[in-house]
Write a protein that binds this ligand. Sequence first.
Ligand code: ARG
Length: 456
Amino acid sequence: MEPLRSRFQKDADKGAEAYAASIPFDQRLYEEDIKGSIAHARALAKAGIISEKDAEFIIMGLSSIREEIERGQFQFKPKLEDIHMNIEARLFEKIGYVAGKLHTAHSRNDQIALDLRLFAKEANSETIARLKELQRALLDSAEGNLDVIIPGYTHLQHAQPVLLAHHLLAYFQMLERDVARFRGCLERTDVLPLGSGALAGVSYPIDRSFLAEELGFSRISQNSIDAVSDRDFIVEYQAAAAMTMMHLSRFAEEIILWSSSEFGFVEVDDAYATGSSIMPQKKNPDVAELARGKTGRVYGNLMGILTTLKALPLSYNRDLQEDKEGFFDTVDTLLSTLDVCAGMVRTLRVHGERTREAAAEGYILATDIADYLVKKGIPFRQAHTIVAELVRYAMDQGKTFGQLSLDEYQRFSPLFDQDVRSITLESSLAARNLPGGTAPEQVEQALRMARRLLDV
Ligand code: ARG
Protein backbone atom coordinates (compact mmCIF):
# COMPACT_ATOMS: atom_id res chain seq x y z
CA MET A 1 0.00 0.00 0.00
CA GLU A 2 1.26 3.50 -0.88
CA PRO A 3 2.09 5.93 1.96
CA LEU A 4 -1.18 7.87 1.82
CA ARG A 5 -3.50 4.85 1.51
CA SER A 6 -3.10 3.16 4.88
CA ARG A 7 -6.68 4.08 5.74
CA PHE A 8 -8.01 2.28 2.67
CA GLN A 9 -8.66 -1.37 2.00
CA LYS A 10 -7.71 -1.41 -1.64
CA ASP A 11 -5.41 0.11 -4.17
CA ALA A 12 -6.52 3.03 -6.28
CA ASP A 13 -8.18 2.35 -9.58
CA LYS A 14 -5.50 2.70 -12.27
CA GLY A 15 -7.49 5.26 -14.22
CA ALA A 16 -8.28 7.28 -11.10
CA GLU A 17 -4.65 7.18 -10.07
CA ALA A 18 -3.43 8.52 -13.39
CA TYR A 19 -6.27 11.04 -13.43
CA ALA A 20 -5.33 12.46 -10.04
CA ALA A 21 -1.56 12.45 -10.47
CA SER A 22 0.12 15.80 -10.94
CA ILE A 23 3.65 14.45 -11.18
CA PRO A 24 3.77 14.65 -14.99
CA PHE A 25 3.69 18.44 -14.70
CA ASP A 26 4.55 19.40 -11.11
CA GLN A 27 7.95 17.69 -11.30
CA ARG A 28 8.93 21.05 -12.72
CA LEU A 29 8.70 22.36 -9.14
CA TYR A 30 11.32 19.97 -7.73
CA GLU A 31 13.85 22.68 -7.01
CA GLU A 32 11.37 24.90 -5.18
CA ASP A 33 10.04 21.89 -3.27
CA ILE A 34 13.46 20.78 -2.10
CA LYS A 35 14.49 24.31 -1.22
CA GLY A 36 11.32 24.67 0.88
CA SER A 37 11.86 21.33 2.62
CA ILE A 38 15.47 22.17 3.45
CA ALA A 39 14.38 25.45 5.03
CA HIS A 40 11.62 23.62 6.88
CA ALA A 41 14.10 21.05 8.26
CA ARG A 42 16.25 23.92 9.53
CA ALA A 43 13.22 25.58 11.14
CA LEU A 44 12.28 22.29 12.85
CA ALA A 45 15.79 21.99 14.28
CA LYS A 46 15.88 25.63 15.30
CA ALA A 47 12.65 25.14 17.26
CA GLY A 48 14.10 22.01 18.89
CA ILE A 49 11.43 19.83 17.27
CA ILE A 50 14.04 17.62 15.63
CA SER A 51 17.74 17.36 16.44
CA GLU A 52 20.39 19.24 14.47
CA LYS A 53 21.77 15.87 13.45
CA ASP A 54 18.45 14.72 12.02
CA ALA A 55 18.09 18.04 10.18
CA GLU A 56 21.53 17.60 8.65
CA PHE A 57 20.66 14.07 7.64
CA ILE A 58 17.45 15.22 5.99
CA ILE A 59 19.17 18.12 4.23
CA MET A 60 21.88 15.83 2.93
CA GLY A 61 19.26 13.40 1.62
CA LEU A 62 17.27 16.17 -0.05
CA SER A 63 20.39 17.59 -1.69
CA SER A 64 21.34 14.25 -3.15
CA ILE A 65 17.76 13.83 -4.46
CA ARG A 66 18.14 17.19 -6.19
CA GLU A 67 21.31 15.94 -7.84
CA GLU A 68 19.60 12.74 -8.92
CA ILE A 69 16.82 14.73 -10.54
CA GLU A 70 19.27 17.05 -12.23
CA ARG A 71 21.27 14.14 -13.58
CA GLY A 72 18.04 12.68 -14.97
CA GLN A 73 18.37 9.63 -12.74
CA PHE A 74 15.26 10.16 -10.65
CA GLN A 75 12.28 7.98 -11.40
CA PHE A 76 9.05 9.95 -11.02
CA LYS A 77 6.14 7.68 -10.09
CA PRO A 78 2.51 8.60 -10.83
CA LYS A 79 1.50 6.20 -8.05
CA LEU A 80 3.04 8.72 -5.64
CA GLU A 81 0.75 11.44 -7.00
CA ASP A 82 2.85 14.55 -6.88
CA ILE A 83 6.30 16.05 -6.54
CA HIS A 84 6.01 16.27 -2.75
CA MET A 85 5.30 12.58 -2.23
CA ASN A 86 7.82 11.51 -4.85
CA ILE A 87 10.59 13.35 -3.06
CA GLU A 88 9.45 12.24 0.38
CA ALA A 89 9.30 8.59 -0.65
CA ARG A 90 12.79 8.78 -2.13
CA LEU A 91 14.03 10.43 1.08
CA PHE A 92 12.77 7.38 2.99
CA GLU A 93 14.67 5.10 0.64
CA LYS A 94 17.81 7.15 1.17
CA ILE A 95 17.86 7.96 4.88
CA GLY A 96 15.29 5.67 6.42
CA TYR A 97 12.87 6.50 9.25
CA VAL A 98 14.35 9.98 9.96
CA ALA A 99 12.72 11.05 6.70
CA GLY A 100 9.39 10.70 8.50
CA LYS A 101 10.24 13.66 10.74
CA LEU A 102 10.29 16.15 7.88
CA HIS A 103 6.54 16.20 7.57
CA THR A 104 6.10 17.52 11.13
CA ALA A 105 4.29 20.87 11.07
CA HIS A 106 4.09 20.62 7.30
CA SER A 107 1.29 19.87 4.87
CA ARG A 108 1.28 19.46 1.14
CA ASN A 109 -1.18 22.34 1.15
CA ASP A 110 1.29 24.90 2.43
CA GLN A 111 4.05 23.12 0.56
CA ILE A 112 2.46 23.55 -2.86
CA ALA A 113 1.50 27.15 -2.04
CA LEU A 114 5.16 27.77 -1.23
CA ASP A 115 6.50 26.02 -4.33
CA LEU A 116 4.20 28.00 -6.58
CA ARG A 117 5.08 31.32 -4.97
CA LEU A 118 8.79 30.61 -5.32
CA PHE A 119 8.24 29.68 -8.95
CA ALA A 120 6.03 32.70 -9.60
CA LYS A 121 8.53 35.10 -8.05
CA GLU A 122 11.19 33.84 -10.41
CA ALA A 123 8.78 34.00 -13.34
CA ASN A 124 7.90 37.62 -12.56
CA SER A 125 11.55 38.64 -12.33
CA GLU A 126 12.45 36.89 -15.55
CA THR A 127 9.44 38.41 -17.32
CA ILE A 128 10.46 41.91 -16.22
CA ALA A 129 14.03 41.31 -17.46
CA ARG A 130 12.78 40.15 -20.86
CA LEU A 131 10.28 43.00 -21.15
CA LYS A 132 13.20 45.36 -20.63
CA GLU A 133 15.22 43.57 -23.31
CA LEU A 134 12.41 44.11 -25.78
CA GLN A 135 12.10 47.74 -24.69
CA ARG A 136 15.84 48.14 -25.27
CA ALA A 137 15.53 46.64 -28.75
CA LEU A 138 12.69 49.07 -29.55
CA LEU A 139 14.73 52.03 -28.35
CA ASP A 140 17.77 50.95 -30.36
CA SER A 141 15.65 50.61 -33.46
CA ALA A 142 13.98 53.98 -32.81
CA GLU A 143 17.35 55.66 -32.40
CA GLY A 144 18.81 53.96 -35.44
CA ASN A 145 15.91 55.15 -37.60
CA LEU A 146 15.47 58.62 -36.18
CA ASP A 147 14.96 60.23 -39.60
CA VAL A 148 12.35 57.75 -40.81
CA ILE A 149 8.91 59.24 -41.45
CA ILE A 150 5.89 56.96 -41.76
CA PRO A 151 2.24 57.65 -42.43
CA GLY A 152 0.43 57.62 -39.09
CA TYR A 153 -2.93 55.83 -39.24
CA THR A 154 -6.34 56.03 -37.72
CA HIS A 155 -8.94 53.54 -38.98
CA LEU A 156 -5.98 52.15 -40.94
CA GLN A 157 -6.33 55.21 -43.19
CA HIS A 158 -3.57 57.78 -43.66
CA ALA A 159 -4.01 60.32 -40.89
CA GLN A 160 -0.93 62.44 -40.14
CA PRO A 161 2.78 61.83 -40.66
CA VAL A 162 4.76 60.63 -37.65
CA LEU A 163 8.30 59.54 -36.94
CA LEU A 164 8.78 55.78 -36.90
CA ALA A 165 10.63 56.34 -33.61
CA HIS A 166 7.48 57.93 -32.18
CA HIS A 167 5.43 54.91 -33.25
CA LEU A 168 7.95 52.50 -31.70
CA LEU A 169 7.97 54.54 -28.50
CA ALA A 170 4.23 53.91 -28.22
CA TYR A 171 5.07 50.22 -27.76
CA PHE A 172 7.78 51.16 -25.29
CA GLN A 173 5.08 52.84 -23.16
CA MET A 174 2.78 49.83 -23.28
CA LEU A 175 5.63 47.59 -22.16
CA GLU A 176 6.50 50.05 -19.42
CA ARG A 177 3.00 49.64 -17.98
CA ASP A 178 3.44 45.87 -18.31
CA VAL A 179 6.67 46.06 -16.31
CA ALA A 180 4.79 47.94 -13.59
CA ARG A 181 2.07 45.28 -13.54
CA PHE A 182 4.58 42.44 -13.13
CA ARG A 183 6.37 44.41 -10.42
CA GLY A 184 3.10 44.79 -8.54
CA CYS A 185 2.38 41.11 -9.02
CA LEU A 186 5.84 40.21 -7.74
CA GLU A 187 5.29 42.33 -4.68
CA ARG A 188 2.04 40.53 -3.81
CA THR A 189 3.57 37.13 -4.59
CA ASP A 190 6.40 37.77 -2.18
CA VAL A 191 4.56 36.35 0.86
CA LEU A 192 5.59 33.18 2.70
CA PRO A 193 2.72 30.68 3.18
CA LEU A 194 4.78 28.08 5.05
CA GLY A 195 3.67 27.45 8.61
CA SER A 196 0.00 27.42 7.60
CA GLY A 197 -0.16 23.62 7.69
CA ALA A 198 -3.16 22.03 6.05
CA LEU A 199 -5.34 25.08 6.75
CA ALA A 200 -5.42 25.99 10.44
CA GLY A 201 -1.79 26.73 11.21
CA VAL A 202 0.54 24.28 12.95
CA SER A 203 0.85 23.17 16.56
CA TYR A 204 4.63 23.52 16.72
CA PRO A 205 6.62 26.67 17.51
CA ILE A 206 8.02 27.17 14.01
CA ASP A 207 9.74 30.52 13.45
CA ARG A 208 7.96 31.74 10.33
CA SER A 209 10.08 34.87 10.03
CA PHE A 210 13.17 32.69 10.02
CA LEU A 211 11.60 30.64 7.21
CA ALA A 212 10.77 33.80 5.28
CA GLU A 213 14.35 34.94 5.56
CA GLU A 214 15.76 31.55 4.57
CA LEU A 215 13.57 31.46 1.49
CA GLY A 216 13.93 35.10 0.49
CA PHE A 217 10.38 36.31 1.23
CA SER A 218 9.82 39.81 2.54
CA ARG A 219 6.60 39.03 4.44
CA ILE A 220 4.70 36.13 5.96
CA SER A 221 1.04 35.38 5.23
CA GLN A 222 -1.42 36.69 7.83
CA ASN A 223 -4.09 34.01 7.62
CA SER A 224 -3.46 30.29 7.29
CA ILE A 225 -6.77 29.58 5.52
CA ASP A 226 -6.08 32.26 2.93
CA ALA A 227 -2.48 31.12 2.55
CA VAL A 228 -3.40 27.61 1.40
CA SER A 229 -6.39 28.68 -0.72
CA ASP A 230 -5.05 31.81 -2.41
CA ARG A 231 -4.01 31.61 -6.02
CA ASP A 232 -4.51 35.33 -6.78
CA PHE A 233 -0.83 35.65 -7.61
CA ILE A 234 -1.29 33.15 -10.44
CA VAL A 235 -4.38 34.94 -11.74
CA GLU A 236 -2.51 38.24 -11.57
CA TYR A 237 0.47 36.93 -13.47
CA GLN A 238 -1.82 35.52 -16.11
CA ALA A 239 -3.84 38.72 -16.38
CA ALA A 240 -0.66 40.76 -16.77
CA ALA A 241 0.61 38.21 -19.30
CA ALA A 242 -2.64 38.42 -21.26
CA MET A 243 -2.24 42.20 -21.43
CA THR A 244 1.38 41.92 -22.57
CA MET A 245 0.47 39.36 -25.22
CA MET A 246 -2.28 41.69 -26.40
CA HIS A 247 0.35 44.40 -26.82
CA LEU A 248 2.73 42.03 -28.58
CA SER A 249 -0.02 40.84 -30.89
CA ARG A 250 -0.77 44.41 -31.94
CA PHE A 251 2.91 44.91 -32.65
CA ALA A 252 3.12 41.58 -34.49
CA GLU A 253 0.11 42.53 -36.59
CA GLU A 254 1.82 45.74 -37.68
CA ILE A 255 5.01 43.89 -38.59
CA ILE A 256 2.96 41.45 -40.66
CA LEU A 257 1.08 44.25 -42.37
CA TRP A 258 4.13 46.41 -42.89
CA SER A 259 6.14 43.58 -44.42
CA SER A 260 3.45 42.81 -47.03
CA SER A 261 4.34 43.93 -50.56
CA GLU A 262 1.44 46.41 -50.44
CA PHE A 263 3.13 48.26 -47.59
CA GLY A 264 6.79 47.31 -48.01
CA PHE A 265 7.75 49.37 -44.96
CA VAL A 266 9.90 46.75 -43.28
CA GLU A 267 11.52 43.44 -43.96
CA VAL A 268 11.77 40.74 -41.34
CA ASP A 269 15.22 39.19 -41.24
CA ASP A 270 15.59 35.74 -42.81
CA ALA A 271 16.37 34.37 -39.36
CA TYR A 272 12.81 35.23 -38.23
CA ALA A 273 10.99 34.21 -41.40
CA THR A 274 10.04 30.95 -43.06
CA GLY A 275 9.47 29.81 -46.59
CA SER A 276 6.52 28.11 -48.20
CA SER A 277 6.48 24.42 -49.10
CA ILE A 278 4.91 25.16 -52.47
CA MET A 279 5.47 28.83 -53.39
CA PRO A 280 9.20 29.40 -53.85
CA GLN A 281 8.95 33.19 -53.71
CA LYS A 282 7.40 33.31 -50.24
CA LYS A 283 8.99 34.81 -47.15
CA ASN A 284 6.51 34.58 -44.35
CA PRO A 285 6.65 36.49 -41.06
CA ASP A 286 5.70 33.35 -39.09
CA VAL A 287 7.32 34.45 -35.86
CA ALA A 288 5.11 37.55 -35.77
CA GLU A 289 2.07 35.48 -36.74
CA LEU A 290 2.75 33.03 -33.93
CA ALA A 291 3.16 35.84 -31.42
CA ARG A 292 -0.26 37.04 -32.55
CA GLY A 293 -1.68 33.51 -32.51
CA LYS A 294 -0.30 32.43 -29.14
CA THR A 295 -2.14 35.33 -27.53
CA GLY A 296 -5.20 33.10 -27.75
CA ARG A 297 -3.89 30.38 -25.48
CA VAL A 298 -2.65 32.93 -22.93
CA TYR A 299 -6.17 34.44 -22.77
CA GLY A 300 -7.52 30.89 -22.49
CA ASN A 301 -5.22 30.07 -19.57
CA LEU A 302 -6.42 33.19 -17.75
CA MET A 303 -10.05 32.19 -18.20
CA GLY A 304 -9.14 28.68 -17.10
CA ILE A 305 -7.70 29.66 -13.73
CA LEU A 306 -10.43 32.22 -13.06
CA THR A 307 -13.05 29.57 -13.75
CA THR A 308 -11.29 26.98 -11.59
CA LEU A 309 -11.24 29.38 -8.66
CA LYS A 310 -14.79 30.60 -9.09
CA ALA A 311 -17.04 29.50 -6.22
CA LEU A 312 -14.34 27.26 -4.77
CA PRO A 313 -15.04 26.92 -1.04
CA LEU A 314 -12.23 27.51 1.44
CA SER A 315 -9.74 26.18 2.01
CA TYR A 316 -7.69 23.75 -0.10
CA ASN A 317 -9.54 21.69 -2.68
CA ARG A 318 -7.95 19.39 -5.20
CA ASP A 319 -9.33 21.62 -7.95
CA LEU A 320 -6.36 23.84 -7.12
CA GLN A 321 -4.05 21.30 -8.71
CA GLU A 322 -5.45 22.61 -12.00
CA ASP A 323 -3.61 25.89 -11.39
CA LYS A 324 -0.33 24.63 -12.78
CA GLU A 325 -0.41 23.60 -16.41
CA GLY A 326 -2.01 26.76 -17.71
CA PHE A 327 0.27 28.88 -15.56
CA PHE A 328 3.41 27.10 -16.76
CA ASP A 329 2.20 27.35 -20.33
CA THR A 330 1.58 31.07 -19.98
CA VAL A 331 5.01 31.69 -18.45
CA ASP A 332 6.72 29.67 -21.21
CA THR A 333 4.69 31.29 -23.96
CA LEU A 334 5.22 34.82 -22.72
CA LEU A 335 8.96 34.43 -22.10
CA SER A 336 9.62 32.89 -25.49
CA THR A 337 7.41 35.44 -27.25
CA LEU A 338 9.27 38.32 -25.61
CA ASP A 339 12.55 36.73 -26.64
CA VAL A 340 11.75 36.24 -30.30
CA CYS A 341 10.09 39.63 -30.58
CA ALA A 342 13.26 41.30 -29.29
CA GLY A 343 15.34 39.37 -31.82
CA MET A 344 12.94 40.22 -34.62
CA VAL A 345 13.06 43.95 -33.75
CA ARG A 346 16.84 43.94 -33.55
CA THR A 347 17.16 42.48 -37.03
CA LEU A 348 14.25 44.27 -38.70
CA ARG A 349 15.17 46.23 -41.83
CA VAL A 350 13.29 49.49 -42.30
CA HIS A 351 12.71 50.89 -45.79
CA GLY A 352 12.73 54.59 -44.97
CA GLU A 353 12.39 55.73 -48.58
CA ARG A 354 9.31 53.62 -49.06
CA THR A 355 7.64 54.81 -45.83
CA ARG A 356 8.35 58.40 -46.81
CA GLU A 357 6.92 57.84 -50.25
CA ALA A 358 3.81 56.27 -48.69
CA ALA A 359 3.46 59.22 -46.32
CA ALA A 360 3.71 61.65 -49.23
CA GLU A 361 1.15 59.79 -51.34
CA GLY A 362 -2.27 61.00 -50.28
CA TYR A 363 -3.62 64.05 -48.54
CA ILE A 364 -1.91 63.39 -45.23
CA LEU A 365 -1.04 67.09 -44.80
CA ALA A 366 -4.70 68.17 -44.86
CA THR A 367 -4.75 68.93 -41.12
CA ASP A 368 -1.64 71.08 -41.53
CA ILE A 369 -3.30 73.05 -44.32
CA ALA A 370 -6.34 73.64 -42.12
CA ASP A 371 -3.99 74.74 -39.31
CA TYR A 372 -2.37 77.14 -41.82
CA LEU A 373 -5.75 78.81 -42.41
CA VAL A 374 -6.40 78.97 -38.67
CA LYS A 375 -3.14 80.86 -38.26
CA LYS A 376 -4.46 83.32 -40.82
CA GLY A 377 -7.39 84.01 -38.56
CA ILE A 378 -10.39 81.76 -39.29
CA PRO A 379 -12.02 79.22 -36.94
CA PHE A 380 -10.78 75.67 -37.25
CA ARG A 381 -14.19 74.25 -38.19
CA GLN A 382 -14.41 76.61 -41.16
CA ALA A 383 -10.83 75.80 -42.19
CA HIS A 384 -11.73 72.10 -41.98
CA THR A 385 -14.60 72.59 -44.44
CA ILE A 386 -12.45 74.59 -46.87
CA VAL A 387 -9.70 71.97 -46.90
CA ALA A 388 -12.23 69.15 -47.25
CA GLU A 389 -13.54 70.85 -50.40
CA LEU A 390 -9.98 71.38 -51.59
CA VAL A 391 -9.25 67.66 -51.11
CA ARG A 392 -12.34 66.66 -53.07
CA TYR A 393 -11.33 69.00 -55.88
CA ALA A 394 -7.73 67.73 -55.93
CA MET A 395 -8.96 64.11 -56.00
CA ASP A 396 -11.26 64.90 -58.93
CA GLN A 397 -8.34 66.47 -60.76
CA GLY A 398 -6.09 63.56 -59.88
CA LYS A 399 -3.62 65.97 -58.28
CA THR A 400 -1.68 66.05 -55.04
CA PHE A 401 -1.58 69.18 -52.86
CA GLY A 402 1.83 69.95 -54.35
CA GLN A 403 0.47 69.78 -57.89
CA LEU A 404 -2.27 72.38 -57.30
CA SER A 405 -1.51 75.91 -58.48
CA LEU A 406 -1.83 78.83 -56.11
CA ASP A 407 -4.71 79.96 -58.24
CA GLU A 408 -6.51 76.68 -57.61
CA TYR A 409 -5.88 77.02 -53.85
CA GLN A 410 -7.28 80.53 -53.86
CA ARG A 411 -10.53 79.34 -55.40
CA PHE A 412 -11.23 77.82 -52.00
CA SER A 413 -9.96 80.65 -49.82
CA PRO A 414 -8.32 84.01 -50.50
CA LEU A 415 -6.20 83.40 -47.41
CA PHE A 416 -4.00 80.94 -49.29
CA ASP A 417 -0.66 82.40 -50.27
CA GLN A 418 2.65 81.26 -51.68
CA ASP A 419 3.75 80.12 -48.19
CA VAL A 420 1.26 77.25 -48.33
CA ARG A 421 4.07 75.54 -50.27
CA SER A 422 6.18 75.39 -47.14
CA ILE A 423 3.84 72.80 -45.65
CA THR A 424 5.78 69.56 -45.87
CA LEU A 425 6.07 66.27 -44.03
CA GLU A 426 8.90 67.83 -42.04
CA SER A 427 6.97 70.97 -41.15
CA SER A 428 4.03 68.82 -40.11
CA LEU A 429 6.22 66.84 -37.72
CA ALA A 430 8.01 69.91 -36.41
CA ALA A 431 4.70 71.62 -35.68
CA ARG A 432 3.73 68.98 -33.13
CA ASN A 433 6.29 70.26 -30.74
CA LEU A 434 4.84 69.64 -27.32
CA PRO A 435 5.53 66.87 -24.82
CA GLY A 436 4.15 63.61 -26.19
CA GLY A 437 4.13 64.90 -29.77
CA THR A 438 5.99 63.61 -32.82
CA ALA A 439 8.27 66.63 -33.43
CA PRO A 440 11.87 65.36 -33.70
CA GLU A 441 12.90 67.47 -30.73
CA GLN A 442 10.17 65.90 -28.58
CA VAL A 443 10.91 62.39 -29.78
CA GLU A 444 14.59 62.81 -28.94
CA GLN A 445 13.61 63.96 -25.48
CA ALA A 446 11.21 61.00 -25.14
CA LEU A 447 14.01 58.65 -26.14
CA ARG A 448 16.27 60.08 -23.46
CA MET A 449 13.55 59.66 -20.85
CA ALA A 450 12.87 56.11 -22.00
CA ARG A 451 16.57 55.21 -21.70
CA ARG A 452 16.55 56.46 -18.14
CA LEU A 453 13.48 54.35 -17.32
CA LEU A 454 15.29 51.25 -18.55
CA ASP A 455 17.96 51.69 -15.92
CA VAL A 456 15.45 51.64 -13.05
N1 ARG B 1 -0.67 18.03 -6.05
C1 ARG B 1 -1.35 18.90 -5.19
C2 ARG B 1 -1.66 20.23 -5.88
O1 ARG B 1 -1.06 20.47 -6.84
C3 ARG B 1 -0.53 19.17 -3.99
C4 ARG B 1 -1.33 19.43 -2.76
C5 ARG B 1 -2.09 18.19 -2.44
N2 ARG B 1 -2.87 18.30 -1.25
C6 ARG B 1 -3.79 17.44 -0.97
N3 ARG B 1 -4.43 17.62 0.14
N4 ARG B 1 -4.10 16.47 -1.76
O2 ARG B 1 -2.49 20.99 -5.46
